[in-house]
Ligand binder design. Structure first.
Ligand code: GLN
Length: 485
């Protein structure tokens, strides 16, 4: 028991240092930092270059505006649909992601002056015989969650008799068309035209429809200062020629042919080893984030779980009921729903931001903690009830009988479940990619969004997870042996 406490305090101390030691961003008093959400892949507006840095028209525009207007930006590449939700819940200050200004969206967003215009087109695989909407009958069409392309497809799908499949990222949409699962996709003309020119492997078969403008967006009625700054900055950039330069830099002949070349040459440089080397720093920071989440998550979940478990065995109906309810709720909720609720749901109600890392830890604590609570309670109950009775009849009070007699036996029963739960926690951190935490899974997604090497990158990510799980298992087994002795 003593050893258990020593170990427990060691882990606790470590995790405490971990939480406190988390790098925080320094904000200068004079320059306000705004968090801006964006898409993951939407070239030429936003995409990660070969160094995994976010570039594109939108990225350069927002940075140039910030420089002109004297503020700082922290970019959150979380994907289009997630960005929409993050703005609505107030988790971020604004978004720039090739976002179309629509009447519907104006009900919930305030938009800047337009900075680009685009319509919606249908694209098919190069060489496909499908060239018109009529040929879509009975077929599947790929669209991207929450976009105007998706709205358009949904508005005509009955008429033309096609089904839709939805993806969160444009590259998954294009991939689905290229592999032949979907016969076509609907997306922005500005993006698809650029894609066709730079070797995406698709062709456009319809004229642009629903043409409109892109704008920088904030939540309606909020962040008006930022919106005004954007408008002022954009105007200045247009006047001094920076705007034209940015557009030329990404859509000009030179840029397009360079991009095309790089996508043609790319397949040779995509061996596993080359991919690992190219993305070394991204992988390392992804691993670090996954480990932080796991360590801090396990720690808090363990504390929470033990408390809930103990609450379930004290001789009080209220305490037991509370324990059962907490376990019921947090074990019952899917982790992804809990994460989205904490990250997007609560802030939209309370108006205060919850940093993604903190939201992630709360999610893990509640969910993994509920499982731990359940087996802690079960472990204690599994100890023969005669033990408690004997201790009590010797005159020991309840808490002492619990500590000295029941718990030491119960803990031995629980240990394998603890080891199991720690491993599950590590794996579950990957689900937190939905709230934009740049852990290993999200890192993989972003790399793939750039180089479209899904098979190889997912294989690398899988191996890294297995390695981490192996280390964690060995460590847990070692601790288990120590406690048992
Ligand atoms: N322009 C489209 C929209 O606003 C798509 C944006 C995107 O996918 N990033 O819905």
């Amino acid at each position: 028991m003593k050893k258990f406490i020593v170990w427990f305090s060691l882990v606790f101390g470590f995790a405490f240092i971990a939480t406190v030691g988390q790098p925080t961003q320094q904000v200068e008093a004079s320059e306000k930092t705004y968090t801006i959400a964006t898409d993951v892949t939407f070239p030429p507006f936003v995409y990660a270059n070969s160094n995994n840095k976010y570039v594109g028209i939108d990225m350069e525009l927002i940075k140039a505006v910030a420089k002109k207007e004297g503020f700082k930006v922290e970019i959150k590449p979380i994907g289009f649909n997630a960005a929409i939700q993050a703005v609505q819940s107030g988790q971020v200050d604004g978004m720039i992601a090739g976002m179309s200004i629509t009447t519907e969206r104006k009900k919930t967003f305030d938009f800047s002056n337009p900075y680009y215009s685009s319509g919606i087109v249908m694209a098919v695989k190069k060489g496909s015989k499908v060239t018109s909407l009529k040929q879509l009958k009975g077929k599947t069409v790929a669209i991207k969650t929450g976009t105007s392309g998706a709205d358009y497809a949904n508005s005509i799908k009955k008429k033309y008799g096609f089904k839709t499949v939805t993806f969160d990222d444009s590259d998954s949409v294009y991939d689905d068309v290229k592999t032949g699962n979907a016969v076509a996709c609907f997306d922005d003309s500005a993006v698809l035209q650029y894609g066709v020119k730079t070797g995406l492997g698709l062709k456009i078969v319809t004229k642009p429809t629903d043409t409109g403008n892109y704008g920088f967006a904030v939540r309606k009625g909020h962040n008006q200062v930022l919106l005004n700054k954007f408008n002022k900055g954009l105007k200045a950039l247009k006047k001094d020629g920076t705007y034209a330069k940015i557009i030329e830099k990404y859509t000009g002949k030179k840029a397009v042919s360079a991009q095309k070349k790089s996508s043609e040459n790319s397949s040779d440089s995509y061996t596993m080893l080359a991919l690992l080397k190219q993305n070394k720093s991204a992988f390392i920071s992804g691993i670090e984030e996954t480990l932080w989440l796991t360590i801090v998550g396990i720690l808090f979940a363990t504390i929470f779980g033990i408390l809930i478990g103990l609450l379930g065995v004290v001789p009080s109906k209220i305490a037991q009921g509370l324990s059962t309810t907490i376990i019921y709720i947090f074990r019952g909720l899917p982790l992804i729903v809990l994460a989205l609720f904490i990250y997007n749901g609560i802030p939209s109600l309370t108006g205060t931001k919850v940093p993604a890392f903190v939201a992630g830890i709360i999610t893990l604590t509640l969910n993994e903690g509920a499982y731990i609570g359940a087996f802690v309670k079960g472990g204690i109950e599994a100890v023969d009830s005669g033990q408690m009775e004997a201790a009590r009849s010797l005159g020991l009070p309840f808490s002492k009988s619990m500590r000295k007699v029941v718990l030491p036996q119960g803990i031995k029963i629980m240990i394998p479940s603890f080891v199991n739960q720690f491993i599950i926690t590590l794996k579950d951190t990957s689900i937190l990619s939905v709230i934009g935490i740049l852990e290993l899974t999200q890192t993989g997604k972003i790399i793939i969004a750039r180089n479209l090497q899904g098979f190889r990158i997912w294989a690398i990510v899988a191996v890294i997870y297995l390695l981490m799980i192996t280390v964690l298992t060995l460590l847990s087994k070692w601790i288990e042996r120590r406690i048992k002795n």
